[in-house]
Design a protein around this ligand. Structure first.
Ligand code: TMP
Length: 253
């Protein structure tokens, strides 16, 4: 069978033309990258886990009225999504200081922030996705003032939803990144959560032990990434860990 037309290939996903106009097929790869792709590896099973986890979070958001691009999962590695015009910003929400915020501002990792803090990074690999201000966003026309307000409110609603879901699984949502896209309806843009929501784009710490259950396991060489993601999936009831093969089958004599 002829393969669908590939429209875009990124570090962790491929986008194919969808079956209907205005739809895309999003394929989850096993590749992991960090530090602007300076560090890379293939993690068997990661794509399958992220497809299921992103389905879980996006369909949960759709169910509570937070619009997303997600339509339905098609198979182990693919989901059908709405085609959107991606706003060239990474929207990060932080509840606890970690990662680049700790480094930039000298705040110890693990410090509870006084309230959730929303940050914007301009999506440009050649610049290393720099932190930008709301002034930059408006002045350079990446989004309108109304869209900026809507992005903040969307991001905070996603934060409330994800924090609650994670808390029930005894996981602390430290921070996360989302991407937001426009869908045009009668010449008016409507904003929806796009891309993916998975442990690739969140920091997740076990509430009791502080164990990292996200991509920092790969970034900081802390163990097997697929095992960490399987643990998140298992706790959320998304799939039993046994369903995902994270290592090659072994011959038993
Ligand atoms: P940071 O502390 O490195 O700025 O990351 C903040 C959050 O955003 C963290 O959960 C990881 C996520 N993130 C991405 O998903 N993609 C990226 O390119 C970056 C820089 C961060």
């Amino acid at each position: 069978m002829a393969r669908r037309k590939k429209l875009y290939e990124g570090k962790a996903k491929i986008l194919y033309e969808g079956p209907e106009p205005g739809t895309l097929v999003q394929y989850f790869k096993d590749e992991a990258t960090a530090y602007n792709a300076e560090k890379r590896a293939t993690i068997e099973g990661k794509g399958v886990l992220n497809n299921r986890l992103s389905e879980f979070f996006m369909s949960g958001l759709n169910a509570i009225g937070v619009p997303t691009h997600f339509i339905r999962r098609l198979n182990m590695r693919e989901q059908l999504v709405r085609q959107v015009e991606i706003i060239p910003l990474e929207v990060v929400v932080r509840n606890i200081a970690a990662g680049s915020m700790s480094k930039r501002l000298g705040i110890d990792e693990g410090t509870q922030l006084p309230r959730p803090i929303v940050e914007f990074y301009y999506k440009d690999d050649s610049l290393g996705d720099p932190l930008v201000t709301e002034e930059h966003i408006i002045a350079f026309g990446w989004a309108s003032q109304q869209e900026l307000d809507d992005m903040i409110s969307l991001a905070l609603r996603v934060n409330d939803f994800l924090s609650g879901v994670m808390l029930a699984a005894r996981i602390r949502l430290v921070d996360f990144k989302i991407e937001i896209g426009r869908i045009w309806e009668n010449d008016y843009p409507r904003l929806v959560v796009a891309d993916e929501i998975s442990p690739d784009s969140c920091r997740l710490w076990d509430i009791e032990t502080g164990q990292k259950l996200d991509k920092d396991v790969f970034r900081r060489d802390l163990g097997n990434l697929a095992d960490a993601y399987s643990e998140v999936a298992r706790r959320l009831g998304v799939l039993p860990a046994a369903n995902v093969r994270t290592s090659k089958p072994k011959l038993i004599n």
